[in-house]
Design a protein around this ligand. Structure first.
Ligand code: PMV
Length: 346
């Protein structure tokens, strides 16, 4: 019997991927922190099947059968079976998945979920072909598959930080897969914390898929993609030099740009809440008053990610608890940090 189990983390982008074309190809390069504790664990087990009429999936999420999810995954698997995983047509797949973060906590599970699934499928393909290859090529292949499931998932298969999307300054960067950049960054960035302030746990009113689509008609799209490329160059220099101030400035500018692009789409929409803005202002004020290097970023939603080097955790903890926690839904904060990347579970 063939089976594989992987735990794979979520990630938070600093340069944002917003706009895509073709088969999940990005309009601009992006870079992210790989997170540590927010993760998905997935086990895929193959059992016999007598027909070749397409993928057949039994899906259990947190121990509960979920048929709606199963048919979405079947559709995805049928789209990748040829040429990547022909075994999908030959076997029935039992997929069991669980997240470390609670459902409706405001954390998207597509990056961790799709990367965990991609790693399991790539691992099983190895087993079927009798290869024991867990080299760079294995992760690169898994990144391609994760990308086809959800663009940002391509970046979750590497430790600490990853770049997805072709950029002239970044050797081996590609639109097809992400690459790990652990060797290119100053060690201070490996100590970074990401405290996720849950301003609202509600589902987003506009999905990422719809958001990417709206970029196609956005009059600022072309200059935005150029801006992302330029910010990428500047951020890579800052990451390698340990320049936290430039890192922070670019990260905050990117977060606000992402939400500004939503506000000038047609139709326009707003995913920030009042609390998001209050928190952002308080972070900037605290930084100005104390000189503690604490910065924010945002995903496509109202929750605020608070980023800072590990050595400042005591001061920032105190600040968050006394000044930011009141803006959080039920005082909810998820404490995370830059992490080691996915893990095979044997
Ligand atoms: O991977 P998707 O299609 O859900 O898009 C994610 C887009 C952002 O999270 C907003 C930015 C990013 O680069 O992760």
């Amino acid at each position: 019997m063939y089976s594989a189990q992987w735990k794979s983390p979520s990630n938070i982008a600093l340069i944002k991927y917003w706009g895509k074309y073709g088969n999940q190809l990005p309009r601009n390069p992006s870079v992210s922190f790989t997170l540590d504790s927010a993760s998905t664990t997935t086990r895929v087990t193959l059992t016999e099947k007598n027909d070749k009429n397409g993928a057949h999936v039994d899906f259990l999420f947190e121990g509960q059968k979920n048929d709606a999810f199963a048919s979405r995954i079947e559709k995805f698997l049928n789209s990748i079976s040829n040429p990547y995983f022909p075994f999908i047509q030959d076997y029935r797949l039992r997929i069991e998945s669980s997240n470390t973060f609670p459902h409706s906590s405001g954390i998207a599970s597509s990056a961790s979920g799709m990367s965990a699934l991609a790693l399991c499928l790539s691992d099983i393909q190895n087993q079927l072909t009798g290869t024991e290859d867990f080299s760079e090529a294995f992760y690169r292949h898994a990144s391609v598959i994760a990308r086809l499931g959800s663009g940002s998932a391509s970046r979750s298969v590497f430790p600490f930080m990853a770049v997805w999307g072709t950029h002239p300054d970044i050797y081996e960067s590609s639109d097809a897969y992400a690459i790990g950049i652990e060797e290119k960054i100053d060690p201070v960035f490996k100590t970074f914390h990401d405290d996720i302030l849950i301003i609202s746990p509600k589902e987003k009113s506009v999905s990422s898929t719809a958001g990417h689509q709206l970029m196609e008609g956005n009059p600022f799209a072309a200059p935005r993609y150029e801006q992302a490329r330029q910010r990428m160059s500047a951020l890579m220099v800052a990451l390698s030099a340990g320049d936290i101030e430039t890192f922070g400035r670019i990260s905050e500018d990117e977060a606000l740009t992402l939400h500004a692009l939503m506000m000038c789409s047609d139709p326009s929409y707003i995913l920030m809440e009042e609390g998001s803005l209050s928190v952002i202002k308080a972070i900037r004020q605290f930084r100005q008053d104390t000189k503690v290097p604490v910065y924010f970023t945002l995903d496509a939603g109202p929750n605020v990610h608070v980023l800072y080097p590990g050595e400042f955790s005591q001061q920032v903890d105190h600040f968050i608890n006394s000044e930011l926690k009141p803006y959080c839904h039920n005082g909810r904060i998820i404490h995370d940090k830059a992490g080691q990347g996915p893990q095979k579970i044997v």
